[in-house]
Structures are given as structure tokens and as C-alpha cells.
Design a protein around this ligand. Structure first.
Ligand code: 4NP
Length: 160
């Protein structure tokens, strides 16, 4: 029997800072562990469609060894709710927007990304209008949640 590989979509507002960073981190961690997972990201806003990730996200992420090559901003689509198994919001606004725009039959797929991290925070704050420390903090949170997410995926899906 062939099984579809699990598919993860990270969602933030702009799809240029947090969600592409999460995409880059999870892709690297999955590759390190030789896990076959489809990974993508999108934004609820769509203002920056076609743009590469924010240069500050790239700078702090590349300094930790993550690749942002080929990533381009896109908006969340209705097809995403069908195609993805995990649709993970960076903050509660993203979560509310995703729940409002999707049919209820898909709501079980939608969660806060930090629900997979063993830390007290529930949201990854928008770093866009702040300094580089905010971008480092975003990556710290993403790395913590990515490890927990990979544990969940390997428990519930066939990935090798
Ligand atoms: P992100 O950050 O949601 O982490 O990609 C933002 C990027 C752009 C904007 C807001 C947040 N914006 O309003 O343009």
C-alpha cells in the first residue's frame, strides 16, 4: 500500500517572516532525520505575493544554517485545507482567520504551531516592526516547536 507523505503548512500574516522561517527550519530538521514530509508556508494577507522572505529573517536563519532558497510568498487558498494534514498558525489572529475562512470539516487540521512546543508561550509574535532580537526569538520558538511537531508526525504518520 502506498501512503501519501504527511503535508505541513505554516501560516502567518505576511508569509515573509515567521512562516517561511518555520518552513526552512522544519525542512532542515526533516532532512537531518531522513523524514519524507511535504512542507510549505502561506500568509493570510497576500500583500507580498511573489516576494522572497524578509531579509532579516533570512539573515538570522542563514546564520543558523537554514536555507530560504526558492521560497516565495503566497496567500492561503481553499485548496490548502484539503491538501495539508497540519495547518499551523503562528498566532491567535492567524488561527482565527484560518478557522473563519475554512469549512468546519477541516478545523481538526488547524492549530497553533506552539502547541507542539514544550514551552509556556502560545504565540510566535510578529517580528516585522521590531529589531533583529525579535527575529532571533522567533527562530528560538520555531526550533522548539519543530522538534515537538516532528515527534507528533513520526508517531502518527508513515514518513520513512
Ligand atoms: P509575518 O510578518 O506575518 O511573520 O510574515 C509580517 C510581514 C509583513 C506584514 C505583517 C507581518 N505586513 O503587514 O506587511
Amino acid at each position: 500500500m502506498t501512503q501519501k507523505r504527511p503535508a505541513v503548512l505554516f501560516v502567518c500574516l505576511g508569509n515573509i517572516c515567521r512562516s517561511p522561517s518555520a518552513e526552512a527550519v522544519l525542512r532542515a530538521k526533516a532532512a537531518q532525520r531522513d523524514l519524507d514530509i511535504f512542507i510549505d508556508s502561506a500568509g493570510t494577507l497576500g500583500h507580498h505575493t511573489g516576494a522572497p522572505p524578509d531579509s532579516r529573517s533570512r539573515a538570522v536563519g542563514e546564520a543558523r544554517g537554514y536555507s530560504f532558497a526558492g521560497l516565495k510568498c503566497r496567500k492561503v487558498s481553499q485548496q490548502d485545507f484539503i491538501d495539508f494534514d497540519y495547518i499551523l498558525a503562528m498566532d491567535k489572529d492567524n488561527l482565527r482567520n484560518l478557522l473563519e475562512m475554512s469549512p468546519s470539516e477541516y478545523h481538526h487540521k488547524i492549530a497553533l504551531f506552539l502547541s507542539y512546543a514544550n514551552i509556556d508561550e502560545t504565540e510566535i509574535p510578529d517580528p516585522y516592526y521590531g529589531g533583529l532580537r525579535g527575529f532571533e526569538y522567533v527562530l528560538d520558538q520555531i526550533e522548539a516547536a519543530a522538534n515537538g511537531l516532528l515527534r507528533d508526525i513520526t508517531l502518527h504518520h508513515s514518513v520513512v
